[in-house]
Design a protein around this ligand. Structure first.
Ligand SMILES: [Zn+2]
Length: 260
């Protein structure tokens, strides 16, 4: 019965988001699938943080997109999220929840929320960090880099990461009880550190392409109506995969800390 409610809820959220161009059709299907699993296994306690992440991050993407069209040129995908992006953001959370059915995981809720704090921190860092022009540095060598580039970090972006992680963590706090300061502290710190890990992985491994016409570096396969050429990174690692690995690694590190 719980799974059915999750499914119905997912159809509602998915079609509404599709209607308002927050999700593509594949993104809407991924959302239905995820809602069924998450609500089915975890009820509101597990649905609320993912909902907080999705609603707030989507709104933020929409705002940034209207304010800064120029940074959009670099991104492979637009603010309308597809299957890959939905899975990249909620995949680790789903894995934790499914794994919890099979084995006992210490502090499972904290790990679950932390995984969402990481993707929220990363999303908010990008959206808030590119909302206005600001100095952006490459996380590996601290040289100035273009805003919105994978691996680029800025002061405003890091503050954005802090707010992103906090928004998800706070949405979960009513289920925590007395140890909420510890809960907020760890999930927010893990979220911000995870988003920095995301930048590090992004600047090291993410595939980048160069436009043969205007010579701009981009995540896109197409630019100026022509195919771009492979420029740097690992070919099969796009931004979605970087986000997924960052949340997965972040949670694995936290898991090891709990079980050692
Ligand atoms: Zn171009």
């Amino acid at each position: 019965m719980q799974f059915l409610y999750g499914f119905i809820f997912g159809v509602g959220i998915g079609s509404l988001s599709y209607r308002f161009k927050l999700l593509t059709i594949s993104g809407a299907f991924a959302t239905i699938l995820m809602a069924t699993v998450i609500y089915g296994l975890g009820s509101w306690k597990y649905t609320m943080p993912v909902l907080a992440f999705f609603v707030l991050s989507s709104l933020l993407s929409k705002i940034r997109k209207t304010v800064r069209k120029d940074v959009e040129e670099y991104f492979e995908k637009s603010g309308t999220r597809d299957f890959g992006q939905v899975f990249a953001n909620g995949g680790t959370a789903c894995i934790i929840l499914l794994l919890n059915e099979l084995i006992v995981i210490n502090n499972v809720y904290q790990l679950y929320v932390a995984s969402l704090c990481i993707v929220a921190a990363d999303t908010w860092a990008t959206e808030i960090g590119t909302i206005k022009k600001t100095r952006t540095y490459n996380i590996r060598n601290f040289k100035l880099t273009k805003q919105g580039t994978s691996g680029g970090v800025s002061v405003i972006g890091t503050i954005g990461a802090l707010f992103g992680a906090s928004s998800v963590s706070l949405s979960a706090v009513i289920w925590i009880g007395e140890s909420y300061t510890y809960f907020l502290g760890t999930t927010i710190i893990v979220g911000v550190l995870g988003s920095l890990l995301d930048s590090l992985l992004g600047s090291t491994f993410q595939a980048q392409y160069i436009c043969n016409q205007c010579k701009k570096i981009t995540e896109r396969y197409n630019h100026c109506n022509t195919l771009t050429s492979f420029y740097s990174g690992v070919k099969w690692i796009n931004n979605d995969r970087v986000n997924f690995f960052a949340s997965l690694f972040g949670v694995i590190i936290l898991l090891l800390l709990y079980h050692l």
